[in-house]
Write a protein that binds this ligand. Structure first.
Ligand SMILES: [Zn+2]
Length: 75
């Protein structure tokens, strides 16, 4: 069986993924333009209590531009 990391963020190593998960378990940013995903824990802390989806402006690595990013759950 695949681990969550292999399933959702295969580009991260185990240690990094665990670190991000501790900060914001299950949360991701998703670019509304190209669909590129990044783990929320890379940029900040988000707790379970904050369960509402929202949109923020942020830098998309793939677009190389400031995009509207959706914050939602990936698992
Ligand atoms: Zn993008």
């Amino acid at each position: 069986m695949k681990s969550d990391r292999e399933k959702y963020f295969p580009e991260l190593d185990e240690e990094t993924y665990e670190k991000y998960e501790k900060r914001a378990e299950g949360w991701q940013f998703r670019c509304m333009k190209c669909g590129h995903r990044a783990h929320f824990g890379k940029y900040g802390v988000r707790k379970h209590a904050m369960s509402v989806e929202k949109r923020v402006l942020g830098w998309c690595k793939r677009c190389r531009w400031v995009r509207c990013l959706k914050v939602d759950r990936f698992k």
